[in-house]
Structures are given as C-alpha cells and as structure tokens.
Design a protein around this ligand. Structure first.
Ligand code: G3P
Length: 239
C-alpha cells in the first residue's frame, strides 16, 4: 500500500510502452511523481508497464497502477495478468479498457468485479459520452474520458472537445455521483488542466506531455501547480 493516498484532483501518469519510461527510467518517473507530490500535495499516480510494476512499486510512495489486468481467477491460466498478483506486486489500482487496450463491455464489467475482489482501484477509460455512461453503471471508482484521435496529439481534449468532457461528467454523475471523472488526451500544460477542471473533470490522465517532455519534472510540476491553484466555483445554495 503506498503512503501517498489517492486524492482528488488526481494526476494519473500513463508510461505506456514508451522506451523513455521503461526499466530503470520507469523508476525515475516514480521519483518525479513523489517529488511533485511533496512540493504540491497533488497525488500523482503512475502506470508503468507490467514488467516494471513491482520494481516501481518498491521504489516509490506514489500509487502505482496497472495499465491492464485480466478478469481471471487464481489457478489454471496462462499468459494473463491476475489481479491478485498485481496487488501482491504493490499495485494500488488499474486502468481498464484504455483505447489502446480496448475491452468489450461485458469484459469491462467482469474486470471491475475481479479488480474489486483484489482490492484494486479501478479507472475505466471511455472514448465517448455514451460509453462513459455505460461503464459508470458498473460502479468503477473512476471513468476517464479520452477521445482516441487526440491521444498523443498535443491538442488538449479540454480545449478541442470541451463538450465531450462536460458531457461525460454529466453522464457519469447522472448514473452514480460517487464515480469520479478524469479526462485525458493531448494535455500538456497547466492551462489544459485548468480547462479540464473548469469542465467538471476531477483529474487528468497524461502520457506524452510528460514522458516525452524535455524536462519531465518541470512538465509534471506545471500540471500539478495548476491543480493546486484551481478553486472550485462557489455554488450558492438558495436558503
Ligand atoms: O492514458 C492517457 C493517455 O492516453 C493520454 O495520452 O499522450 O495524449 O497524454 P497523451
């Protein structure tokens, strides 16, 4: 269990299969995540490749997520990622059905169930508002709206497609107000983060904007500082 707990607003840094973030370099990103938390109080969770996960989890207090797990049970099973094995390796949570590792809805449902049995936090990715509504019905901890065409583009979803972020927030909260909403794709700087939070997102998923930055720590710090500065709008409660 990591010492840094999952708090919102949240940054989830997906290391994907970037060579810049594998092996010992994955541990470097974990140290950066820790330093950013220490300076800003913003939780930065990170999702290394499965092969790097245990070494990363043992090297950091930051929450570590799997990029994928399989809805299998202990026992006869070859070539799958067992949820309990991920938890044993120090994993706090998992992405489910990222657009680069998409799953059918029935497998998403089964994966959420198995993740819960292994006490793993679940962030289910959705590429449309309707998909976010459907996955919210299975009560993951969070839904992350990410239009695939913007992933890796440097064109932030919060500015290019604000309606999809706002729509996903409304759709998810309309199904279950306890399910958190993150957004991702093309987010590279603090302005993109502020725009996402103003649309109702409670955090971001980010990858290339940090992993491929000239100075990854400075890039991640800029995102976290924007979260630190952001103040939710005061809602007048009519007496
Ligand atoms: O999981 C987040 C990822 O898909 C976003 O990618 O490179 O646009 O930040 P990127």
């Amino acid at each position: 269990m990591s010492a840094i707990i999952i708090r919102y607003p949240l940054i989830l840094l997906n290391l994907k299969t970037y060579e810049e973030a594998m092996g010992p370099r994955a541990i470097e990103f974990a140290k950066i995540a820790e330093r950013v938390y220490e300076k800003t109080g913003i939780t930065v969770a990170l999702a290394p490749q499965a092969v790097d996960l245990q070494a990363v989890a043992e090297s950091t207090e930051a929450p570590v997520f799997a990029q994928h797990i399989d809805p299998v049970k202990p026992g006869k099973g070859t070539g799958h990622i067992l949820p309990e094995a991920m938890a044993e390796a120090g994993c706090e949570g998992t992405l489910i059905s990222h657009s680069e590792r998409p799953l059918p809805l029935e497998v998403i449902e089964a994966t959420i169930k198995r993740a819960r049995e292994a006490d793993l936090y679940t962030v289910v990715c959705a590429d449309t508002v309707e998909k976010s509504r459907r996955v919210a019905a299975h009560s993951p901890d969070a839904v992350a709206i990410e239009p695939p065409e913007l992933i890796g583009s440097g064109i932030p979803v919060s500015k290019a497609q604000p309606e999809i972020v706002r729509g996903a927030v409304g759709a998810v909260k309309g199904v279950n107000s306890k399910v958190r909403v993150l957004c991702g794709a093309g987010i590279t700087d603090g302005e993109d983060v502020t725009a996402a939070l103003e649309l109702g997102a409670e955090g971001i998923l980010v990858a290339s904007g940090v992993v491929k930055a000239k100075d990854p720590q400075a890039a991640l710090m800029d995102l976290a500082r924007a979260m630190q500065r952001w103040k939710p709008p005061v809602v007048d409660v009519v007496g």
